[in-house]
Structure formats: structure tokens, C-alpha cells
Ligand binder design. Structure first.
Ligand code: GLN
Length: 504
């Protein structure tokens, strides 16, 4: 394994690899080899991928090296292995949403984010495991089996982007791309000790992202550090004519997000919403967040506790709106247009019914039933319409807060990674995992999770990553990156689950 300063290549951020490539100290083949060796050794224990092809990764790298030596340009993600969540369409590469119903679906087009990554000559590491249709907080809802947390394989990596998060944390991919509807990038990033960004709603095109809840879904990057997060956002963000909800005033490449990576938060106003520091927060998580806030204060930021009273209702609102949109979006999976069809039906109705009953897992069915119920005549006013009204109150509370503060800070997840199986039979307990992240999607805001440290080990509990959640106003990614970059430097987190490689 090629190593630089004792950190193997597969644990280095893309910007470091990019400068090594430019200085000709490594070639794309070296990077690809370090990643495929890692996958061979560690992936069987983690199950971060639903699909990868080591031969193809190495072949792509060899072609890129040839292109570079013939004078081809080295762009920010040239030769960089990026894993892609399996709900993002990749031309010719099976895309299942971790569902039985899409187990044979091969997209005939690339999602916009993939098209943009291809222009960089990136390398697709593989299609990453996830909760079925991105519904879940632990990755236990994948039809193909759970992902294990690289820090302790008896624990969950978080969800629904558990595969993309675990792949980066375990050194199986340099970066990855996931989706966040209620926390699915930030919560697994927090539980796996990597950086996860949910951009402003509409900043990254959703074209080619298989829809869960269209008014909440957003694609974003998982990376080793904040600089890579900004660089990857540079590549994937900007208006797309194929997504009518993408923000038309910002063109791809128009904003250089690395320009906001300033180690300086002097005078920055930080609010700490007391509704996100609730009793459910584990004391060690709370202590890590408080330590980060102290560091922010030392760096010259002004910290105040604040209140956004309507956040108390965010979880309830989300679990009406997200299932409602899902019940509508998932009606397209009927055994006719996409994916798997039940073959033993006698009538058309039976074919729909059997294809859907056999094809969807229990959590997806639960969401479709909740959503259909809250959208049905007679209940619409009491549930869906009421939830939309409360959503407006949540937006208003954020607008008021951002008149006073540049960013809001909270824990990303109330707890560190929990045991596989611990919450699977208690959906309400599971839903609480996203209590801090969900309000952000309801309001369409940008937010990031950065590693804030490790919990203390005690008894059978090993040290586990804790995430710090930084939220800013709409399109104020500048504030997200400035705060995240400064606090990342102050916190100095540089740990990886290297023990995975020490076992034979
Ligand atoms: N865990 C939340 C849910 O189950 C959020 C999922 C997501 O962001 N995709 O809906």
C-alpha cells in the first residue's frame, strides 16, 4: 500500500491526492490500487457497496493515466474514486434503491451529478448500500442486508446513506455522493466520523435521483474534510434545465465554494437552539458540542442560546409530509414501467398488488400507508394541510433566527452509533435519530456535519464518532463553510478506523 506521511492513499482527501497527481508523486493507478486493495480486505466486513467492479476501477485509472501522460488536464476529481448512493441513476449500471422492486433496473441515463463528475474524469468506485428508497436511519432497511459501522461492526453506520458514509470512513472510497431528505447525509456522516453536507434545496440538481420526498430531497457530498466538501459542491452544484426546482440564478461553476474556506470566525454570530439540545441528547454528545462552542468562542465568535419554538413539531410534520410525497412518488413502481413484476398474477389488479407487495419492504409499506392515509379525502385537512401550515411556522422561526445569527449549531445526532437491531422494532425511537436534522430539510436550508471527536470507551463500548451540526440560511453556504473550516481546524479530528486493516 502506498503511504504518504503514514496515512495510506485511500484515507487521504481528494485535494491532497490531486496535488500529488499534479506533482506526479502518485498516478491514478496508485490511488485506484489502494482503494481496490482496501475494498478487497475490508468490504466483506462492512458491506458498504451493493455493486463494484475492482477490475473496472483499475482499468479506468489506467486510461486516465494514459490520458494525463498525453497532456490531458488534471481537474479537481480526475482519477478520484467516488462512491455513489444506489438511488442515483448511473447509465448502464444497475441502480436498485436497495429495493427488491428495482433489483433489475438499469438506468438508460446518468443523473446530472454523474454527468458533471464524468466531465472531471472521476472514477465510480461503486454503487453504495442504503436504506430501501432512502427510508431509514440505520441502513437496516436495505433489501440486500445492512451496512456495518467501520468503528464497530456490531453497530449501525446511520442512514439512509450508510453505505456512502461507511465507504469514506473505512477508506473504501475517497469521497461519495448521497442524498438527504431528513438527515440521510448528515446523520450517517456523524455516526461514521466523516464530513457530510446537505446543500440548500435546489442548489444541486435532483435529476436522476430516484425520488423519495421531492420537496425535501437533496444530493450532497461525503468527504474526509471540509475542503473536499467545497470542491465536490463546486462540481455538482448549479442550475439544471432538467430539474424545475433547481435554482436558476446559480450556474454550474459560477461560485467557487473553496473561496469560503477561511480559518476566521471573528465576530460570527452563532445561535444554539435550545429545542435541539433536548433531553434525548446523550451527555457525551452534548459535552462534545459544548467543547466545540467553547473553541468557537475562543476564535472570536459570539455564542448565544436561542429558541425556535416550532422545531418541537418538526418530526411530526416531517412524518406526514415525507410519507405523503413518498406515497405519490412510489406509485410509479407498479410492475409495468420499472423494475420487477410478479409473474404469478391472473389479472391486472393482481399484478399491481403482487408486484408491490412482494417488491417493497416493511418500512416502505409503512410510509406508503401513512402517506396515502394523510392525503386521502377526509384526512387531508387534518393531517397534510395542517402539516404544511406548521412547516411555514418552522420556516418563519428559521427566518427570525437568521436575522440575528449567521449560523445555528447543534449536535447532528442525539446519540453515537447504536447497535444493529437495537431500534429496528421501534420505529418511533428510530425516527428520533433525525430530530436535529429534519427541521433543516423542511426549511430547505444548507447544513453540514463535521466530526467533533470520539466518545470515551467504556466496557464493551469502543470510542465512537460524534458529529457537530452547522446550519445556515438559504444559499449561505459561505457561512456553513467558514464555520465548518474554522471549527474543523480547531477540533483537529484526524482519526480513522485503522484497526480494520490491522486484523489479518
Ligand atoms: N431517517 C429519515 C427517514 O427515515 C431521513 C431519511 C433521509 O434523509 N433520506 O425518513
Amino acid at each position: 500500500m502506498v503511504k504518504t506521511k503514514d496515512v495510506p492513499l485511500n484515507f487521504l482527501p481528494a485535494h491532497t491526492l490531486n496535488s500529488l497527481l499534479k506533482k506526479k508523486q502518485v498516478c491514478a493507478g496508485d490511488i485506484a490500487k489502494s482503494v481496490t486493495d482496501a475494498i478487497q480486505k475490508v468490504e466483506p466486513a462492512i458491506h458498504a457497496f451493493l455493486r463494484y467492479d475492482a477490475g473496472h476501477i483499475l482499468k479506468q485509472a489506467a486510461e486516465i493515466d494514459k490520458y494525463i501522460s498525453s497532456g490531458g488536464p488534471i481537474k479537481d476529481f480526475t482519477g478520484i474514486p467516488v462512491a455513489v448512493k444506489d438511488n442515483i441513476c448511473t447509465l448502464g449500471v444497475t441502480t436498485t434503491c436497495a429495493s427488491k422492486i428495482l433489483s433489475n433496473y438499469i438506468p438508460v441515463y446518468d443523473a446530472t451529478v454523474i454527468r458533471r463528475l464524468k466531465l472531471q474524469d472521476y472514477i465510480l468506485t461503486g454503487k453504495a448500500n442504503m436504506d430501501e428508497f432512502a427510508m431509514g436511519s440505520s441502513n437496516e432497511n436495505s433489501f440486500f442486508g445492512p451496512v456495518k459501522n467501520p468503528w464497530d461492526i456490531s453497530r449501525v453506520p446511520g442512514g439512509s446513506s450508510g453505505g456512502p458514509a461507511a465507504a469514506v470512513a473505512a477508506g473504501l472510497s475517497i469521497c461519495s455522493i448521497g442524498s438527504d431528505t431528513g438527515g440521510s447525509i448528515r446523520q450517517p456522516a456523524s455516526l461514521c466520523g466523516v464530513v457530510g453536507l446537505k446543500p440548500t434545496y435546489g442548489l444541486v440538481s435532483r435529476y436522476g435521483l430516484i425520488a423519495f420526498a421531492s420537496s425535501l430531497d437533496q444530493i450532497g457530498p461525503f468527504t474526509h474534510d471540509v475542503e473536499d466538501s467545497a470542491r465536490l459542491l463546486n462540481v455538482i452544484s448549479g442550475w439544471d434545465e432538467n430539474d424545475s426546482t433547481s435554482i436558476s440564478s446559480i450556474k454550474n461553476g459560477q461560485i467557487d465554494y473553496t473561496g469560503f474556506l477561511k480559518d476566521d470566525i471573528k465576530g460570527m454570530r452563532i445561535g444554539v437552539p435550545k429545542e435541539l439540545m433536548v433531553n434525548e441528547i446523550d451527555p457525551q454528545v452534548k459535552a462534545a458540542v459544548q467543547k466545540a462552542l467553547k473553541l468557537a468562542e475562543v476564535a472570536g465568535a459570539i455564542i448565544e442560546e436561542t429558541s425556535l419554538p416550532s422545531l418541537e413539531y418538526a418530526l411530526s410534520v416531517y412524518y406526514i409530509i415525507a410519507p405523503s410525497e413518498a406515497s405519490s412518488n412510489l406509485s410509479r413502481f407498479d410492475g409495468v414501467r420499472y423494475g420487477r413484476r410478479s409473474m404469478d398474477a391472473q389479472t391486472l389488479r393482481q399484478m399491481y398488488k403482487k408486484s408491490r407487495s412482494e417488491g417493497f419492504g416493511p418500512e416502505v409499506k409503512r410510509r406508503i400507508m401513512i402517506g396515502t392515509y394523510s392525503l386521502s379525502a377526509g384526512y387531508y385537512d387534518a393531517y397534510y394541510e395542517k402539516a404544511q401550515k406548521v412547516r411555514t411556522l418552522i420556516n418563519n422561526d428559521f427566518a427570525k433566527a437568521f436575522a440575528k445569527y449567521d449560523v445555528l449549531i447543534s449536535p447532528t445526532s442525539p446519540t453515537t452509533a447504536f447497535k444493529i437491531g437495537e431500534k429496528i422494532d421501534d420505529p418511533l425511537q428510530m425516527y428520533l435519530s433525525d430530530i436535529c436534522t429534519i427541521p433543516v430539510n423542511l426549511a430547505g436550508l444548507p447544513a453540514i456535519s463535521i466530526p467533533a471527536g470520539l466518545s470515551k470507551s467504556s466496557g464493551e463500548n469502543p470510542p465512537l464518532p460524534i458529529g457537530l451540526h452547522i446550519i445556515a440560511n438559504t444559499l449561505r453556504e459561505d457561512n456553513v463553510f467558514r464555520a465548518a473550516y474554522t471549527l474543523e481546524k480547531a477540533l483537529g479530528f484526524d482519526k480513522h478506523p485503522m484497526y480494520l486493516y490491522e486484523q489479518s
